[in-house]
Design a protein around this ligand. Structure first.
Ligand SMILES: Nc1ncnc2c1ncn2[C@@H]1O[C@H](COP(=O)(O)OP(=O)(O)O)[C@@H](O)[C@H]1O
Ligand SMILES: O=c1ccn([C@@H]2O[C@H](COP(=O)(O)OP(=O)(O)O)[C@@H](O)[C@H]2O)c(=O)[nH]1
Length: 239
């Protein structure tokens, strides 16, 4: 087992819901501070870290649609929610003395930088933690797809999905207590078995760009750095 990370540049996908901690809604600053500390630790180990953050702790477009509202408006609200999360992660990282930049898929220059591949790549090269918000900038997508897209654009060598569960299971472990966890899977197996830990568009994009996806629990303190070192509990999806 390796004790120093072999990854050069990774994309951490942070579930929006994970950021609310036990609060049931919104942002729990204790969770954000802990996660920021782990990202900074990874950076100090020499890994360049980009973050795509979700928005499910504040808003989800599908929920609006299920209640009879307009899906596209709901999705834009969801994308705006990711901006709020990204700004709070930036503050927490900067408090630890590390530079962080926020790039949004939706132009809002007073609040943060507009995403361009060139500027974001430069931010990595300057040693910043790079936070991507606004998902893909399009309704009917998810931040998982945003994570796969940014990972491909930034030349990341891994997507680390920090989620509610500690890996990919044979069925949703929150609904089926008999579900079994996989250590490894191929992208194609995730798709053909209909395993729903990440949406199919995101898995297909990662497969086509040969980017491994590592699924781990963001609730487990220290797990991000452990899985970067190849030591933690996770499922590795790679061909
Ligand atoms: N086969 C599966 N293996 C692991 N988790 C699964 C599976 N199917 C569904 N899930 C669910 O996928 C979710 C992924 O977490 P997260 O990314 O936070 O969800 P979301 O994208 O809905 O916010 C987990 O909460 C888990 O219960
Ligand atoms: O490219 C994107 C990314 C996100 N969203 C919207 O933003 C919400 C929050 O993102 P997501 O559900 O992926 O966040 P997470 O599950 O990680 O908290 C989604 O429900 C969508 O409504 C979107 O429309 N396009």
């Amino acid at each position: 087992m390796a004790s120093t990370p072999s990854y050069k540049r990774v994309l951490l996908k942070l579930s929006g819901e994970a950021l609310m901690g036990d609060k049931g809604f919104g942002i729990d600053s204790a969770v954000v501070e802990r996660v920021a500390g782990e990202v900074v630790e990874a950076r100090r180990l020499g890994v360049e870290v980009g973050i795509v953050v979700g928005g499910g702790n504040i808003f989800r477009g599908v929920k609006v649609a299920a209640e009879g509202g307009d899906r596209t408006t709901g999705d834009y609200l969801g994308m705006l929610a990711t901006v709020m999360n990204g700004l709070s992660i930036r503050s927490a990282i900067e408090k630890l003395g590390v530079r962080a930049r926020v790039f949004s898929a939706i132009d809002m220059p007073v609040v943060c930088s507009t995403f361009t591949q060139r500027d974001a790549r430069k931010a990595f090269e300057d040693g910043s933690i790079v936070i991507f918000v606004g998902g893909t900038g399009n309704p009917f997508f998810t931040t998982d797809s945003g994570a796969a897209l940014r990972a491909a654009e930034m030349g990341c060598d891994g997507i680390f999905k920090g989620t509610q569960v500690d890996g990919v299971y044979s069925a949703d472990p929150k609904k089926d207590p008999t579900a079994e966890r996989y250590e490894t899977l191929s992208h194609q197996e995730v798709l053909s078995r209909g395993l729903e830990v990440m949406d199919a568009a995101a898995i297909a994009l990662a497969r086509d760009n040969r980017i491994p996806v590592i699924v781990f629990s963001i609730h487990q303190p220290g797990a991000f750095v452990d899985v970067l070192k190849g030591e933690g509990r996770c499922t590795r999806i790679a061909d």
